[in-house]
Design a protein around this ligand. Structure first.
Ligand SMILES: Cc1ncc(COP(=O)(O)O)c(C=O)c1O
Length: 391
């Protein structure tokens, strides 16, 4: 069977691969705790499910919709940006997609020519580099500082005449690191000066724990930065709606038009019933968002000190998202393993806890553990890791 170079050049998602290995052990009857997944364990709030059912029953979601999504949803997204960030965009600047993943995929397709470079400050989410490659582009990793935040000086050292874009994810998957508005401004001004597009992935923006505020946005800082920014967001993480597959991009008219044209041939439109559900999520009571946020925060606060106290684990408290990303180089040395992938395998096989290797995020020597699971399970996982590390 002949497969394209494109298909052969793409690596499978490492987070999904670990999950599959965990499932294989579970199928053998082994009790594995799976902390590799990146989705809330909460169920979609009842009011959102009810709105979806009502839309189905009223025959409002049988047909194709506009490629960019129905107007009420795009209006709801614009209104949400105004409420949360005092950012004012027109619904015409919003393109709704089949998950934020599709927004990012389509965006790299419209931005990149073969050989164009995209700066990826490490650690970065697994799909960015593969999506850039699928668009014929070149992912350029920018090594992290101790704070796991990239600086304009580092970007200046990495930028070349072929650089087209920077991906900035805040709060960040895998470490929860969150940029301040001043830091975003500095990076935004750098991007404007070099005429780069800023891909601002803010999908964890409402999951910021030591404040009742949301994380600062790259949009709304200055008109010039707005013009260079594509905001990526979605309902997956905030509303426990990963399976509904609704994300969106907010961009200038040139980019939104190109995205619409491309998506009209790729997906046609995101599922109409999911659009109805997402509209209800954004326009209804936000009490469930606050409840879920409080739940994630409590888990983080209980588990973080225990994880930080494990021999050979070093980490700062994640400000947002729902992952821990400890530096485990000293733990690896204690266990006499040299690659992080081997360390992850050892933890899986001996402690029966599934984690994800930092190599998948461009940062070996770290592992990612999700705390989007209930506290009793998290506690059992930490107890297993403690026993494993004291062997
Ligand atoms: C940083 C980041 N961006 C985007 C996504 C994609 O989310 P979705 O496609 O579910 O909207 C994820 C999901 O894990 C993520 O972690």
């Amino acid at each position: 069977m002949h497969l394209s170079n494109r298909a052969q050049g793409v690596s499978p998602s490492a987070t999904l691969a670990t999950g599959q290995r965990a499932q294989a052990l579970q199928a053998q009857g082994i009790d594995v705790i799976n902390l590799s997944v990146g989705q809330p364990d909460y169920t979609t709030p009842q009011a959102i499910k009810d709105a979806a059912v009502a839309a189905i029953q009223a025959d409002r979601v049988n047909g194709y919709t506009a490629t960019e999504g129905v107007l009420p949803l795009r209006q709801a997204i614009a209104a949400n940006l105004a409420t949360l960030h005092d950012i004012h965009v027109a619904p015409q600047q919003v393109v709704v997609t089949t998950g934020a993943k599709m927004a990012l995929y389509a965006l790299f397709q419209v931005l990149l020519n073969p050989g164009d470079a995209v700066l990826l400050p490490a650690p970065y989410w697994v799909s960015y580099s593969e999506q850039v490659k699928l668009a014929g582009g070149q992912p350029i990793e920018v090594a992290p500082t101790d704070s796991l935040k990239v600086t304009p000086a580092q970007l200046a050292a990495a930028v070349t005449p072929t650089t087209r874009a920077i991906v900035l994810n805040s709060p960040q998957n895998p470490s929860g690191t969150t940029y301040t508005r001043a830091e975003l401004r500095a990076i935004g001004e750098f991007a404007v000066a070099h005429d780069l597009v800023i891909v601002a992935d803010e999908i964890y923006g409402e999951l910021l724990y030591d404040t009742d505020q949301v994380a600062p946005s790259m949009l709304g800082i200055s008109a010039a930065i707005d013009d260079h920014t594509v905001l990526i967001n979605g309902v997956s993480k905030t509303y426990a709606m990963t399976g509904w597959r609704i994300g969106y991009a907010v961009a200038n008219p040139t980019i939104t038009q190109a995205l619409k044209t491309l998506l009209s041939h790729m997906t046609g439109n995101p599922a109409a019933v999911s659009q109805a559900a997402a509209t209800a999520a954004l326009t209804g009571s936000q009490a469930s968002v606050a409840e879920m946020k409080a739940g994630f925060k409590h888990r983080r606060d209980v588990i973080y000190p225990q994880l930080a106290a494990l021999p050979g684990f070093r980490l700062t408290k994640p400000a947002g998202a729902f992952y821990f990303f400890p530096d485990v180089t000293a733990a690896m040395a204690r266990k006499h393993v040299t690659t992080t992938a081997d360390f992850v395998d050892l933890i899986l096989n001996e402690a029966h806890v599934a984690t994800v290797t930092g190599e998948a995020f461009g940062l070996p020597g770290h592992i990612r553990l999700s705390y989007a699971t209930d506290l009793a399970t998290l506690q059992a996982a930490v107890d297993r890791l403690r026993a494993f590390m004291s062997d």
